[in-house]
Design a protein. Structure first.
Length: 297
């Protein structure tokens, strides 16, 4: 099974999925950013930390029990690096960036980091090229991290664009694996900022048309479980509802999994179950439901 992932909802689900199924993953890199000389890949880091079971489950980013000594010291010295980077988290970024500086690709650097954390699943960035999610707001253009971390998602959103996406190429290894793959799961990630960039790398979306595709809605009723997905879906002209999520994936989706509180939407293409993951047990239960659904397609 291939899992398409962003950085919060899908890694949560992966913690359950890894207990019952084999999978590999292609992860959004359009939120990547260089901080204090190192490349931070927020979504890849969250996937690795979740699969290694070291993720901070309060925030769903960073390493559990991390300290911020270097970040605070830099501030005392008069340099604010913006993003709050933990000391242990920074070690990951240094390792990745040193691999890149020595001439390795992001695919290779990701493999090195995942191996160091003892993660057996193959994890691929959506592309090697740098792509940046830009949020067009009423107060100008902001990098996604500026919009979400520094401005706390408050500005009015007019549009979302992915700078550099035309140059992005699907990594060769991903192309090869995708040809042989039959099942694709789109986790409960932000459809606009996490999944859309992956789908827009060359003809990635087109390549999903002959596969069994299941997605899990990150929206319940008319709200996301967390994060700015609602605001961004509206800005892109989609309804903020599970139906709006279905519409984003309409061209290739077989089944959308929605929360039990949206059970009135159930149909041939929409299946309802509890999708709120408060614990690993919840994630395992949802993963089991999805694995059975694949058999039905
Ligand atoms: P981002 O990079 O932090 O935006 O990460 P993602 O795109 O992976 O995840 C954000 C999405 O995860 C949000 O739209 C949330 O609604 C969704 N999400 C978070 N927790 C849960 C959960 O327990 N269940 C479901 N179904 N969705 C969740």
């Amino acid at each position: 099974m291939l899992v398409l992932s962003g950085g919060t909802g899908t890694p949560k689900l992966m913690q359950g999925l890894k207990e019952i199924a084999d999978f590999w993953t292609v992860v959004n890199t359009a939120e990547d950013i260089w901080v204090s000389g190192n490349k931070v890949c927020p979504d890849i880091d969250s996937v690795i930390y979740a699969l290694a079971e070291v993720i901070d489950e309060q925030k769903w980013w960073g390493v559990r029990g991390d300290t911020f000594t270097t970040h605070e010291r830099l501030k005392e010295l008069g340099y604010d690096e913006g993003m709050r980077i933990g000391d242990l988290d920074r070690a990951t970024h240094i390792m990745r960036s040193e691999a890149l500086r020595s001439g390795k690709t992001l695919c290779e650097a990701t493999r090195i980091v995942a191996k160091a954390y003892g993660v057996p699943n193959e994890i691929y960035p959506m592309c090697e090229e740098e792509v940046s999610t830009i949020i067009v707001t009423d107060s100008g253009k902001l990098h996604f991290q500026e919009f979400w971390v520094l401005k706390r998602g408050e500005p009015e959103v007019k549009d979302v664009v992915f700078a550099g996406i035309e140059r992005a190429r699907i990594p060769d290894d991903v192309k090869k694996k995708l040809e042989k793959e039959d099942e694709v799961l789109i986790g409960p990630s932000n459809p606009i900022t996490s999944i859309m960039p992956i789908l827009m790398v060359e003809d990635f979306a087109e390549r999903l048309k002959d596969k069994k595709v299941i997605a899990v809605s990150p929206i319940v009723g008319d709200k996301p479980f967390s994060g700015p997905a609602g605001k961004l879906m509206r800005a892109k002209g989609f309804e903020v509802s599970p139906i709006g999520v279905f519409d984003v994936y309409r061209d290739f989706l077989d089944i959308l999994v929605v929360d039990i509180s949206d059970a009135d939407l159930e149909s041939e293409n929409i299946a309802a179950t509890s999708t709120f993951m408060k614990s690993k047990e919840d994630a395992v239960r949802l993963a089991e439901f999805i694995v059975k659904l694949f058999d039905r397609i």
